[in-house]
Structures are given as structure tokens and as C-alpha cells.
Design a protein around this ligand. Structure first.
Ligand SMILES: Nc1ncnc2c1ncn2[C@@H]1O[C@H](COP(=O)(O)OP(=O)(O)OP(=O)(O)O)[C@@H](O)[C@H]1O
Length: 349
């Protein structure tokens, strides 16, 4: 007779079903998403969400759904409204109109919020006089989370051997402590606002890996950033906003494929002649200010071969790819509040 052992975990997920069969100690582990039978399970659902500060809409009719099992990057230029949206999801800011639901309910109506949603919004918002352990113990006690979980999350975040007061922590250590607090209730939904801020390269690698692992366990992971390049490495799906409005809701791979542009920069001894030649072979050729040709529609080796056959000297032939940030800027366009410095192209010879 098979014996079924069900383990009920934090956020109400029937996570493990182990079947033991006669003398065989074969255990079949089945991740069963029990709440997926009900609407809104492990999802963040934003519907027509608007937040006004005076006459200005900083979040403007935003609608999107964040689904489990993948890392969703919440991407937008500085001031796009990412933090405000996250604060409304967590009930810290009241929407002017629209709804933000987690697990099908408003955050403030959740019975055990920390076991359902873990969030890192502001890593600095920690009592500076406490130790990491005391900080987590206070949260655990207030939320009836077993103290044994404190050591688990300290270990998970690399803070196991950390001593001293939080006030003396580096920003990176505070970020780790914020992630530890978010994980304390073993929630099915994680929301992290700019979690790589202040982390060193090892820390960035760690947080990326952790987010992917959490998503692979079937959790919903929403992570905000204003860096396209960071999200390209971390997120499976992108929700991109600008000036509070939705710009794109797309798989990352599709976004990168559709938005990266390439052309070939060619400097030649007889550019006008080469231009006509390339166009007669189907290329589109623009002439840049310094007389160089910007070629699309032909492979680089064809461009080189055609020039060689016509005995035109090629002084430079460079394949140019739009950088990820450039692709991002191209679609956020005038939705940028604060522009950074110049954008570099990546050149490949
Ligand atoms: N309490 C407030 N009163 C007035 N304006 C506000 C308030 N809170 C936020 N804003 C404005 O709302 C806009 C969106 O801010 P928000 O912090 O949500 O953007 P963000 O996308 O998280 O930006 P960043 O990447 O810089 O953190 C900004 O222009 C900000 O100045």
C-alpha cells in the first residue's frame, strides 16, 4: 500500500508528496501547486493601477501579471515608477485608482503576509543598533516564524558568520540582510527592488543565482532594475515601464532579438562606387557624416568579397551591434526622466 506523506509548508503549498512503495524506498517528489487551483495563486496582478502625486501621474494605468516559475525583470529608467508600483503592491502606498493583488488578494488582506510575499525595498531601513540575527529574530517573532528559520536564511545569504551591528554593515551586507528578511517566511512570491545595488561582483553573481533558483522552485520573483544589461542576464521575462506607463511585457529573449540592431561600418577607397555596388546586391547603405558607409542587408563576408572583386580597397569593416542599454533606450525613448551619459556602441571586428 502506498503511503502518502504530505508536507504543508509556509505559504500553503503542498510541496512534497513522497510515496513509499512496499520495501522500495523510492521517493517520488512532486511539486504540487495547490493554490494554483484558485485564482491568483502565486501571482502578482496589476490592473489599471494609477498613482498621482498632485497633478502628476507617476504610475499611469499600469496593467500586467507576474507569474510563477520565472524571474520577471521590472525595468524602467530612473523615476519610471517601479518603486511606487512595488510600494502599492505591498500596501505601503495607496493607489489613486486600480488594483494590485497578490495571491488574488490585496496585500493588507493577507492572513500571513510574510509567508506569502517577501520583499526587499529599502536595504537601509534597518535598526542600526541591532545585529543581523536580532533584526531577523524580531521579524520572525512578530510573524510567528520559527526561530530555526533565522539560521537558514543567514546561511542562504552568506551572513552566517557575520557579527556586529547592522549600522556598521556595508551596503552590500545590508542588501544581503534585506534578502534574508524577505526569505524569512519562505514565501512563494519575492519582490526585490534593485537588489544588486551595492553588491560586489561575487554578490551580484550570488543574487542572480539565488533568484533563478527561487524561480526554479516555482516561486514568483519580481526584481526591479534600471539596467537593461543586468536584467538581460537575470530575467526570463521583462515588464518595461516608462513614465509610469507600460512599454513592453515580453519574454527577455524575444525583446533582445527584436530590438538589437546591427549594421556594418565600411570605410573604402572608392565609397560611392562601393555603395552602388552593394545596393545593386540588395544592401541598404547610408552614408555617415565622415563618408563611411553604414550597411545593412548583407553579411560582412559578402561585403568584403564584393569590394575585393571590384578591386575597391577596404580600410575598415566593422560589425556594429546595438548595446543592450541602447536597445532599452530606443524603446523607452522620451519616457526617460533622467538621462545618464553617452551610450556606447559595442564594436566587433
Ligand atoms: N511622495 C512623492 N511625492 C511626489 N513625487 C513622488 C513621490 N514619490 C515618488 N515620486 C516621484 O514619482 C516618480 C517615480 O518614482 P519611483 O521611485 O517610483 O521611480 P523608480 O522607477 O523606482 O525610479 P528609480 O529607478 O530612480 O528608483 C519620480 O519622479 C519620483 O520623483
Amino acid at each position: 500500500m502506498p503511503v502518502v506523506i504530505a508536507v504543508w509548508l509556509g505559504d500553503g503549498i503542498l510541496r512534497t508528496v513522497a510515496r513509499r512503495n512496499g520495501g522500495g524506498a523510492r521517493a517520488m517528489v512532486v511539486a504540487t501547486f495547490w493554490p494554483s487551483l484558485v485564482r491568483g495563486a502565486r501571482m502578482i496582478e496589476i490592473h489599471d493601477l494609477t498613482k498621482r502625486h498632485g497633478p502628476r501621474a507617476v504610475v499611469d494605468g499600469l496593467s500586467f501579471t507576474v507569474r510563477p516559475g520565472r524571474v520577471t525583470g521590472f525595468l524602467g529608467p530612473n523615476g519610471a515608477g517601479k518603486s511606487t508600483t512595488m510600494r502599492m503592491i505591498l500596501g505601503l502606498d495607496a493607489p489613486t485608482s486600480g488594483t494590485a493583488l497578490v495571491v488574488g488578494e490585496r496585500y493588507r488582506d493577507l492572513r500571513r503576509p510574510l509567508r506569502q510575499v517577501g520583499a526587499l525595498l529599502d536595504a537601509g531601513a534597518v535598526h542600526p543598533g541591532r545585529s543581523a540575527r536580532a533584526h531577523l529574530a524580531a521579524i520572525a517573532a512578530a510573524n510567528r516564524i520559527p526561530p530555526s528559520r533565522i539560521d537558514e536564511v543567514l546561511g542562504l545569504t552568506g551572513l552566517g558568520s557575520t557579527r556586529g551591528r547592522v549600522g556598521a554593515f556595508s551596503l552590500g551586507m545590508k542588501q544581503r540582510l534585506g534578502v534574508a528578511a524577505a526569505l524569512l517566511g519562505d514565501p512563494g512570491i519575492l519582490m526585490l527592488d534593485e537588489p544588486v545595488n551595492g553588491l560586489d561582483p561575487e554578490g551580484i553573481h550570488w543574487i542572480r543565482t539565488l533568484m533563478r533558483e527561487l524561480a526554479a522552485e516555482g516561486r514568483t520573483v519580481l526584481v526591479s532594475s534600471h539596467l537593461m544589461s543586468e536584467m538581460a542576464l537575470t530575467a526570463d521575462h521583462l515588464v518595461i515601464i516608462g513614465k509610469g506607463r507600460l512599454i513592453a511585457d515580453t519574454p527577455t529573449a524575444a525583446f533582445l532579438k527584436n530590438t538589437s540592431r546591427t549594421d556594418i561600418l565600411v570605410r573604402a577607397s572608392r565609397p560611392q562606387e562601393l555603395r552602388s555596388l552593394l545596393m545593386s546586391h540588395g544592401a541598404q547603405v547610408a552614408v555617415e557624416a565622415d563618408g563611411a558607409l553604414a550597411v545593412t542587408g548583407l553579411e560582412p563576408h559578402i561585403v568584403g568579397d564584393l569590394a575585393a572583386a571590384a578591386r575597391i580597397g577596404v580600410h575598415e569593416l566593422t560589425v556594429r551591434s546595438a548595446s543592450l542599454e541602447e536597445a532599452f533606450m530606443a524603446i523607452t525613448g522620451d519616457a526617460v526622466d533622467y538621462r545618464a551619459g553617452s551610450i556606447e556602441r559595442t564594436h566587433q571586428s
